[in-house]
Every structure is written in C-alpha cells, then in structure tokens.
Design a protein around this ligand. Structure first.
Ligand code: COA
Ligand code: AMP
Length: 643
C-alpha cells in the first residue's frame, strides 16, 4: 500500500488500522478492545491486553535467537570507556537489578526516579522498572536540585537511582550533592537512594538511606517479568509547560509498544539486527523512545553515547561512532550539527571515517534550519529526514515515512503526517486555515497509540492543557501551516516554551523565578534566535520603584538564580534591567517584538503598542548587552561553579 492509502485508512478507521498493527508485538494476552474511553472520557488503547515492555525489549529476543546479538553498545567519549552487552547479558543484568528494586519494596505501580548520566546503568534501571511493572521517571542530569525536588514531590517515588557523577566535556559534575539537596527540599521522603559509583567522583552516603549499586547487586536473585495491563503506565516524563510546574507526561505500556514497533519500520526503515543510534540523552523523550525502547523492542542494537558532538575530542566524534558500530540510522538534533559545522565547516573530519553503513539521517527536537539542511546535503549523500514530534506524542507526528514511501523533500518542511496522526491547521477561532496560511497545528482525536493518555494524576490538567482549546482536537502549541500539497511546515511554539540546543524549557518558569526576586517588579523572558543553540533565553527586568541596586550585580544574580533553580542547561546568560517593558494598550507584554528587536534591524512598530518610544529604549538595551551575539561563549570558572 502507498503512503496516501495507509494514512487515510489510519485516520478514517483507526480501530481497524490499529487492530491490524497490534499483532506487531507478542502479547501475553491479546487486547479485548482496540480503542475505548475511560470513565473520564479519555481515550485508551488496547484495553484488556497483557504484556511486559521489558519482556518485549529483552526476553523475547533471547527466547527467539537473538541472545548473543549485541543489544547495547556503550561508548563514552567522556570517560574513555567502551562496553557492549548482548541481549542475554542485558536481560540478566536487568533481571538482577529488578531483584534489587524488589528487595527494596518496589512493586507494580510504584514510582522510581532515575537521575543519571549516560551510563548503561541508566538503561538497566529503566528496563528493570518496566520488568516489575513499576513506573520510572527519568530526570535529565542537567536539571538543578529544585527541578528534581519538584518531580520527586509529584511522582512520590519509593526509590531514587543516581550515579556519583556525570561528565560534561572534561568537567566532572557530582550528582550526589545535587540529589541530597533535592531530597532536603522535597516534602516527599524517598526511602532508598541507589548510587552507581563512578571512578571520577566518590559519593558521600547517608547510612540507611543510600546504597551502593554493586553491593546491592551482589548475590541478588534475578526476577521475572510481571504482566501488566496495556493501559498501565510505563513511565512518567516531566516536560516544560508554561508555568513553573512541569507536566508529568504519562506513557502506557501497550500503545507505546505497538506505536514504537510500527515507527521503527515505517518511519526509520530499520530492520531487526541493524544498528540504530539516537544521539540524545535518556532524560529526554528521544532517549526513552529511540535509545532504549524502540530499537530494543525491534531487535536492533542501540548505541548509548556519552559525549558531545564536538570537543570529545573533536568534531569527528559522530562520524567515528557511526563507523565503529556500523550505524544504519542516525538521529540527533540540528543543534548538534550546527556545533560540528562551526568547528569543521568543510567536514574534513568526516572523510577520515568509513560511514558507508549509514542509510538515513533523522533530525528533530527543533526546526531544521535551511542552512544546516543544505550543509548536511553537501556533506552526506543519503536522505536527510526532518521530523517533528513532542514529548507528549512519544513518536513522530510528521515525517518522511522512509519505510513506507519516501517523498521528495521540501526545505523547511518535516514532510507528511505519519499514519495515525490527522494533522490540521486552525485559526484562533477554530476555523480551518487555508493552505499556506499559518495557524495553530492540531491533531484530530483520538491521538494514536503511544501518545500520552493523560498527565500523571491530573486528568483535568490534561484536558485543560491540550484538549480544551479546540474541541475534538489535541492542541500541539506549535504554529505552522500545510501547503497546497499537504506538506507540513512547523514554524515554532505559540506558548511560553522554547527550545535551547534541543532542550525544551519554559520561559514562563524563568519569569516566575525572576519575578520572585525582591527587587523585581516585572519581567519578560523571551527566546532569542541563536546561531548555535537555535534559541537562548534572555530576560528583561523592571525594578520595583525605589529599589537602589547595583544593576550589573543584580543582573549577574538573576543569571545565577536561574542556573541554581533550573540548571545550567537553561543557558540563561543575560538578564537586562530596563526602565519599562513594551506592552499593548491593554497591558500585554509584546514578547514577539522584543524577540525581533534583538535580531532584526528594522521592525514594524505594532499598532497596538502603548508607547512607540519604548522601541528605541529596548533596542538600545539589547544592543548594549550584545544580545544574540555572545551567548555561546564559555562561562568563566566562577559562573560554571554555580551549578
Ligand atoms: N548533566 C549536567 N550538566 C549538563 C548536562 C548533564 N547531563 N547536560 C548539559 N549540561 C550543562 C552543560 O555542561 C552546560 O553547562 P555550562 O553552561 O556550565 O557550560 C549547560 O548544561 C548547557 O549544555 P548544552 O546544552 O549541552 O550546551 P553545550 O554548550 O555544552 O553544548 C551542543 C552545545 C550543541 C554541543 C549540545 O547542546 C548538544 O549536543 N546538543 C544536542 C542536544 C540533544 O541531543 N537534544 C536532544 C533532542 S534530540
Ligand atoms: P520536546 O517535547 O522536547 O520533544 O520538544 C517538542 C517541541 O520541539 C515541539 O513542540 C516543537 O516546538 C519542537 N520541535 C521538535 N521537532 C521539531 C521539528 N522537526 N521541527 C520544528 N520544531 C520541532
């Protein structure tokens, strides 16, 4: 069947379509129903089905002749370490670690937080939770203690798993003090903390609460997979919303397994036995779906790379890994290639490696800007696939379906809706936008399997955030348009979410934090275009009347505040004190105008502006702080120590 027919069938008759696809995975008990609504009117896939996600990812392959195939290549350019696990070895480690968790009282439905760098033990932790039917919540290692504490209080885990440190380029970041600080701040008491020790840093342990990974593993008996319902949660992944409280995106077991298995062939066109590499982090959705679950469930070997695209040791790092492991499909964020292009503009290093196994390059996490796309086209002679998705959906919404029917690419477009997703564009009143006209990108309900069924213990929040803006649709909060041929163009977020080096962050949260400072009357944080990171946050701050402050010192203090409360990953380097903010006559801050003032020479003054004279004031403030010009320069040691 051709793409057009498959897509049409999937959106016109989703029950029929996904009934056919549910056989892609081996269930313990097949589902009774394909699609149902729960008591709250929310869609649930594959009710009545019993399965275990760890079984699909590991045991099933061991039982069906893949036991000695490599499941995981671990390559740490940061720690100068390489290790490989066959499916059998990984299954055995996971089964034993599941035994460790069970000995600590973890049962089906209990939550476990994983706050770890890119080490195999992070993957083992996730799969061990899945094996027990426990719900993992991985927190990205670049987040500060406050962010971890917020997630601990929301998920209320029985166990928290961490490592003694992460390694950023050549800098050792001790994780245990961050965990200790988070657990002091959190109200929820975590009974047990498991620490994976790394030679680069020793962790201080609290007797009774903290346990050494190896000591717990020693002599522990493996445990078997616990059957769970298709609709039971596999994980919670917190993601930035518009406020300081992150959203707990829930992923179920059944829909997730079917959707990922379907995507591995349809979108990524890889076959069992091949090597799939997503250069992301297990703390992000890409890491969950395409470092851990997707490739393993599909019987692929996956690569866990601890390092950066550059300076570990050079801009040839990605090409080396592709060569060393014979990668067939590679997935990363455009920002990574912008970093490589900056250091090796003529791609000299690429010629040092044999990357002939690579069939397709996939990019997501932010818009694939045309200059990066064109550069990649010169460097590689394989298809370059931009595809669009969100933490909430868990797998691609729009892509060039390489395993179904590859299409001609239009620069700037992620191509067509993936089967399962009915993508439309509506204006602010909910009327369909004509082809070529930018509006709100929405997905007609039901969302396909694999997408979030709800937010963690917050059905109402799920409805309010995603389902209430346009009746019958899921609101993506991305703006864009469909052209006359149906190609989808994603132009950027319509809310307070920004993308910084492929990391999703909330400017609303930054505004809340800055606004809490005693000297601040009001502020606006906006994402300014940045050549390397795509966007970087910049804050404009108005002081309370009568506050006498050393402005430069206050600006530095606000930068440290964000770094301390959210983390270095926010890349918040500029807070600028101004006399007032540009607003409409009704008092709304003109954030888009601020963004444009930073990067454009000429802008049209918005007709609704309260006082046009402010445009010149803000422009001068942005220029004097060289906004948009030096955001990528390394921080001095003093600043760096503030994590
Ligand atoms: N633990 C602790 N700190 C972390 C961290 C982690 N896991 N990840 C990032 N940080 C810190 C960094 O050390 C840096 O700190 P600094 O301000 O003290 O230097 C800060 O957070 C910003 O990190 P990062 O966004 O990685 O920027 P960078 O300048 O170090 O590197 C790139 C730039 C482009 C090389 C890098 O951002 C990159 O590889 N991006 C790809 C992102 C990606 O894969 N996203 C997933 C979507 S698919
Ligand atoms: P995350 O939840 O971290 O995956 O971030 C999701 C957001 O990243 C989306 O809502 C988009 O704004 C952006 N994004 C992801 N992929 C793309 C893409 N291919 N093109 C444009 N924006 C993208």
């Amino acid at each position: 069947m051709r793409y057009q027919d498959v897509h049409q069938l999937s959106v016109e008759n989703p029950r029929f379509f996904w009934r056919q696809k549910m056989d892609l995975i081996p269930w313990f008990t097949p589902p009774e129903k394909v699609l149902t609504e729960d008591a709250n009117g929310l869609h649930r896939w594959f009710a009545g089905g019993k399965l275990n996600t760890c079984h699909l990812a590991l045991d099933h392959h061991v039982d069906h002749g893949r036991g000695s195939q490599i499941a995981l290549f671990y390559d740490s350019a940061s720690a100068h370490l390489k290790r490989r696990y066959t499916f059998r070895e990984l299954r055995d480690e996971v089964a034993r670690f599941a035994g460790v968790l069970r000995n600590l009282g973890v049962e089906k439905g209990d939550r476990v937080i994983v706050y770890m760098p890119m080490v195999p033990e992070a993957v083992i932790s996730m799969l061990a939770c899945a094996r027990l039917g426990a719900v993992h919540s991985v927190v990205f290692g670049g987040f500060a203690p406050h962010e971890l504490a917020v997630r601990v209080d929301d998920a209320r885990p029985k166990v928290l798993i961490t490592a003694s440190c992460g390694i950023e380029f050549d800098r050792v970041i001790e994780y245990k003090p961050l965990v200790d600080a988070a657990l002091v701040e959190a109200e929820h008491q975590v009974e047990n903390v498991i620490v994976f020790p790394r030679p680069q840093a020793e962790a201080a342990m609290s007797p009774g609460r903290d346990h050494d990974w190896h000591a717990l593993m020693h002599g522990t008996e493996p445990v078997d997979c616990v059957p769970v319902d298709a609709t039971d949660p596999l994980y919670i992944l917190y993601t930035s919303g518009t406020t300081g409280k992150p959203k707990g995106v829930v992923r179920d077991n059944g829909g997730h397994a079917v959707a990922l298995k379907f995507s591995m062939k349809t979108v990524y066109n890889v076959n069992p036995g091949e090597v799939f590499w997503a250069a992301s982090d297990v703390g992000w959705v890409v890491g969950h779906s395409y470092i851990v679950y997707g490739p393993l469930m599909h019987g692929c070997s996956t690569v866990l790379y601890e390092g950066k695209p550059v300076r570990t040791p050079d801009a040839g790092a990605f090409w080396r890994v592709i060569q060393d492991y014979g990668v067939s499909a590679f997935f990363t964020a455009p920002t990574a290639f912008r970093a490589i292009k900056k250091e090796d503009p003529d791609a000299h290093l690429r010629r040092q490696y044999d990357i002939s196994t690579l069939r397709t390059l996939f990019l997501a996490g932010e818009r694939l800007d045309p200059p990066t796309y064109e550069w990649l086209g010169q460097v590689l002679d394989i298809p370059i696939v931009d595809h669009w998705w969100q933490t909430e959906t868990g797998w691609p919404i729009v892509a060039n379906p390489m395993g179904l029917e590859p299409h001609r690419v239009k620069t700037g477009s992620a191509t067509f809706p993936v089967p399962g997703f009915k993508v439309e564009v509506l204006d602010d009143e909910g009327a369909p936008a004509p082809a070529g006209e930018t509006g709100n990108i929405v997905i007609r309900q039901p969302l396909p399997p694999g997408c979030l069924p709800t937010l963690w213990e917050n059905d109402q929040g799920f409805k309010d955030s995603y389902l209430s803006a346009f009746e019958g649709y899921y609101h993506t909060a991305d703006g864009g348009y469909l052209d006359e041929d149906g190609y989808v163009f994603i132009m950027g977020r319509t809310d307070d979410v920004i993308n910084v080096a492929g990391h999703r962050l909330s400017t609303g949260e930054m505004e809340e934090l800055i606004g809490s400072h005693a000297a601040v009357a009001e502020c606006a944080v906006v994402g300014i275009d940045d050549q390397l990171k795509g966007q970087v946050p910049v804050g404009l701050v108005v002081l309370k009347d009568g506050v006498e402050a050393d402005v430069r010192a206050l600006e530095a203090e606000l930068v440290q505040l964000i770094r301390r409360e959210i983390g270095a990953v926010a890349a918040f380097r500029q807070a600028i004190v101004v006399g007032r903010l540009p607003k409409t006559r009704s008092g709304k801050i003109l954030r888009k105008t601020i963004r444009r003032l930073a990067v454009e020479e000429q802008i049209v003054t918005p007709p609704t502006i309260d006082d046009p004279a402010i445009i010149a004031e803000i422009r001068t403030a942005l220029r004097s702080h060289r906004v948009g010009q030096y955001a990528n320069e390394p921080l001095g040691d003093e600043d760096a120590a503030g994590l």
